[in-house]
Design a protein around this ligand. Structure first.
Ligand code: PLA
Length: 446
């Protein structure tokens, strides 16, 4: 056991205390204050901690914010920006918030553990379709969670506690937070082949082989659309083959739907792969996020749905989900879910939302075309057609970490070190700057 050493400053503080508390039991007090665990005078009990690295994605914004350059450009985090480079609050969101503010009957009581019940119902309908057999047969449970991340974490912990297989297969590569979320949830994380750097497309053969050899019952994480970071999605025919293979081996699908509407501009088209799996009557999990498609990033609003075989099972699953949620954060926040519910329940607002969503998706697609054209005009060596072929928020450029770091240093362009750029962060004004940087870096052979 370590003995307590009194430093000279400890002694000085002890003397001061004796002076201030003259006549009381000051010796007792001074020893309490000098205790190494008190944190007042001794060394910190956290002194052994090393400085943790910044998050590979969110840390890009930290570095960007420190850069004083007027031409700096943040293409790191997947956050939508307007042509003026500004964050966007959707018009329908403003209208919904106004409605909420005008309603004087609204209160701020705790939500139930499962969140806002109307939001949950509407979210299930949005992702599975209004005519979904699972909804009709009442064999689905949906709980409001803290955006996509929270939904994945709650789903992961639920599976770790109650599902017979503890291994989850994630795509290689994937969103950097996936392995951390599922490992901390108590699952074992393995990868399956997904992206082929040579073709900058899907390694479909590798995917089928890896899922084909995964132990029966394993959990498989599937990006519903707009795969992050590659922007490469299977075709509908390929999804059908994946579905057949997974169902034949009893693999459990866990969909991450963080970009519904952002890939094609249509909410229904982007949800198709999920609906194919639900239509076959099998079970699956779906994590939904409203961060991107409603621009509700900071509201942290999302949902976890578990499609079961019967209403009876779904009810018991929900009871167990509550046991996962209650000690984690007790119950979810009310504001974001209320905004979503107002928009999804009102036909006019819903239609207006789909138009705004389509406009965001179209702007991203137009950025792809502009960047591709800008590189072509510059005669930049290499095949850049993947910029227009890839889908969703990101382009996986193929630039290596040294090239990325050159572009950051010389051009003040910030992106993740794997060469992923957020197309949603670009505008017509900034495309030439990015194209100049890419041209320079590939012709300089960094
Ligand atoms: N799943 C995928 C595939 C994602 O890309 C993201 C966000 C999430 C889930 C979680 O989003 P949410 O919790 O905010 O709903 N990915 C971002 C942001 C956009 C991030 O890293 O947190 C990204 O830049 O990759």
């Amino acid at each position: 056991m370590k003995t307590t050493q009194f430093s000279s400053s400890d002694r000085r503080i002890g003397a001061l205390l004796r002076h201030l508390t003259a006549g009381s039991d000051s010796d007792h007090l001074s020893s309490v204050y000098a205790s190494p665990t008190s944190g007042v005078t001794g060394g910190s009990v956290f002194a052994h901690l090393v400085q943790a690295p910044e998050d590979p994605i969110l840390g890009v914004t930290v570095a960007y914010n420190k850069d004083p350059s007027p031409v700096k450009l943040n293409l790191g985090v997947g956050a939508y920006r307007t042509e003026e480079g500004k964050p966007l609050v959707l018009n329908v969101v403003r209208k919904a918030e106004q409605q909420l503010i005008n309603d004087r009957t609204r209160i701020k009581e705790y939500l139930p553990i499962v969140g806002l019940v109307e939001f949950n119902k509407l979210s299930a309908k949005l992702i599975l379709g209004a005519d979904s057999p699972a909804i009709r047969e009442n064999r689905i449970t949906t709980v409001e969670c803290l955006s996509g991340t929270g939904s994945l974490r709650v789903g992961g912990e639920f599976l770790a506690k109650h599902y017979h297989q503890k291994t989850i297969y994630i795509t290689q590569p994937t969103w950097g937070n996936h392995p951390k979320i599922f490992t901390l949830a108590g699952l074992t994380v393995k990868t399956y082949r997904y992206y082929d750097p040579a073709t900058r497309g899907l390694n479909f053969q590798g995917l089928l082989e890896d899922l084909g050899t995964a132990p029966a019952g394993s959990i498989v994480l599937l990006h519903a659309c707009a795969h992050n970071p590659t922007g490469v999605d299977p075709t509908i025919q390929q999804w059908e083959q994946i579905r057949q293979l997974m169902r034949s081996k009893g693999l459990m699908p866990f969909f991450d739907s963080a970009y519904q509407g952002f890939a094609s501009g249509s909410l229904d088209t982007d949800a198709k792969p999920i609906r194919m799996f639900v239509a076959d009557g099998g079970e699956c999990l779906v994590a939904q996020s409203y961060a991107k498609n409603m621009g509700l990033y900071g509201e942290r609003v999302g949902a976890l749905s578990i499609v079961c075989k019967s209403a009876d099972v779904a009810g018991r699953v929900e009871s167990q989900l509550k046991l996962v949620i209650r000690p984690m954060y007790s119950s979810p926040p009310i504001h974001g879910a209320s905004i979503v519910a107002v928009i999804l329940r009102d036909k006019n607002l819903f239609n207006e939302w789909t138009l705004e969503l389509k406009a965001m998706a179209d702007r991203i697609i137009s950025m792809r075309k502009q960047l591709f054209e800008a590189l072509r005009t510059r005669g930049t060596p290499g095949d850049w057609s993947h910029i227009i072929k890839q889908i969703g928020m990101f382009t996986f450029t193929g630039l290596n970490p040294a090239q990325v770091s050159f572009m950051t240093k010389e051009y003040h362009i910030y992106m993740t070190s794997d060469g992923r750029i957020s197309m949603a962060g670009l505008s017509s004004k900034t495309v030439p700057h990015l194209a100049d940087a890419i041209h320079a870096v590939v012709t300089k052979a960094v």
